[in-house]
Design a protein around this ligand. Structure first.
Ligand code: GN1
Ligand code: MG
Length: 346
């Protein structure tokens, strides 16, 4: 690590504190006499070609700088080789971001204002990049939010996965299978010309927004999965992570509830930037966005559990199972609000 820091011009005696909210890459806050930074080691099992991420970030940064010069976009720091991405022979890919002073991240949304602010930020990102040809972006993870593909991976896990785990989780598996009408609705969207592909963040969880001390959102971070996509990915992941007062890691399912005020805050924040961009057909699917993302995440967590935890970082053996159950409960809670939320004129 000392060698890595030095290659980014950071003194090797810097203090490194792990940030554990992400479950793919490894992240540290680095405090040094040269300033504060965020250091990341990219998970190159998940991101097979990290160069693609940095090509995307550079293209977007250049567009935003030219067209929205006041937009705060934390670009990675250059290393001694003059590149953003450092490849170390034995330990993989590293990059460093400037730490934006006076900001912090949160892990659960504590008030509707935070939900509004975050939704506005992610909406603004897509809206500002409306003139950027999203097909120029490289696909950093193929089929990332392709629900059909995720369902197929789930089915593969059911035949080739850990037999004991499959046996024990029959009920949960059955529940997810009965929800597969959501896959059909997703497939219909992919065939519907009224659904547009736009520059999509694909990871709009609340910890990917930096807030200042007044609880105002300052900017968004984590552009690793920025790719062409549907708005349901970003809006859906906001619902998945802002509607409930506890995170996907909560074991006590009695704490999993949907907070209507946060739903309305997401609509308002996102609409502030995107109302004129979305087609009427897309607007009709606003509620579906939440079902789509929560269902996909439940499938992905359970698939990983059945495959013996090869994808997500876990803290204990049943962690992915707990996450999958949590997401199914959240999905059921959301579906109880279907009639109420769909009354909102969108
Ligand atoms: C992963 O590591 P993190 O938190 O940025 C995952 C997301 C999931 C999320 C669930 C590349 O994101 O898709 O929604 O975990 N990212 C990847 O916590 O798989
Ligand atoms: Mg991420």
């Amino acid at each position: 690590m000392e060698a890595v820091l030095q290659k980014f011009g950071i003194p090797s005696d810097a203090l490194m504190i792990p940030i554990t909210s992400g479950i793919i890459n490894k992240t540290w806050k680095v405090t040094s006499t040269k300033g504060n930074f965020i250091l990341q080691q990219i998970n190159d099992h998940v991101f097979i070609n990290p160069e693609l991420i940095h090509g995307n970030i550079a293209a977007i940064a250049a567009y935003l700088k030219k067209n929205y010069s006041n937009y705060l976009f934390p670009s990675p720091v250059l290393n001694v080789e003059g590149t953003q991405l450092l490849k170390e022979k034995d330990s993989g890919y590293f990059r460093v971001f400037p730490f934006i002073e006076g900001t912090h991240t949160i892990d659960v949304v504590e008030n509707p204002k935070q939900a509004f602010e975050a939704a506005e930020q992610f909406g603004r990102f897509t809206a500002y990049l409306g003139g950027f040809d999203c097909t120029k972006l490289k696909i950093t993870i193929p089929d990332f939010h392709n629900l059909s593909y995720r369902y197929q991976q789930f089915q593969e896990a059911l035949s080739a996965g850990n037999q004991q785990r499959i046996q024990n989780e029959k009920n949960l598996i059955g529940k997810l299978e009965r929800l597969n009408f959501l896959v059909k609705q997703y497939d219909a969207i992919t065939q519907n010309p009224s659904f547009k592909k736009r520059v999509t963040h694909h990871d709009t969880k609340i910890s990917n927004v930096l807030f200042n001390e007044q609880d105002n959102a300052v900017c968004i971070i984590d552009l690793d999965t920025v790719m062409p996509g549907y708005f349901i990915s970003d809006v859906g992941d906001m619902m998945r992570t802002y509607l409930c007062s506890v995170s996907e890691n909560e074991e006590d399912i009695s704490k999993i509830q949907v907070r209507p005020a946060y739903y309305y805050a997401i609509v308002e924040g996102y609409y502030k930037e995107m109302e004129n961009e979305l087609t009427a057909e897309e607007k009709k699917h606003f509620f579906f966005a939440g079902q789509f993302m929560i269902y996909m995440q439940a499938l992905r967590f359970l698939t990983d559990y059945l495959n013996n935890d090869i994808y997500y970082q876990i803290q204990y053996p049943t962690h992915n199972l707990v996450r999958a159950i949590n997401q199914v409960v959240l999905l059921e809670c959301l579906m109880e609000y279907e009639t109420e939320f769909k009354k909102m004129k969108l």
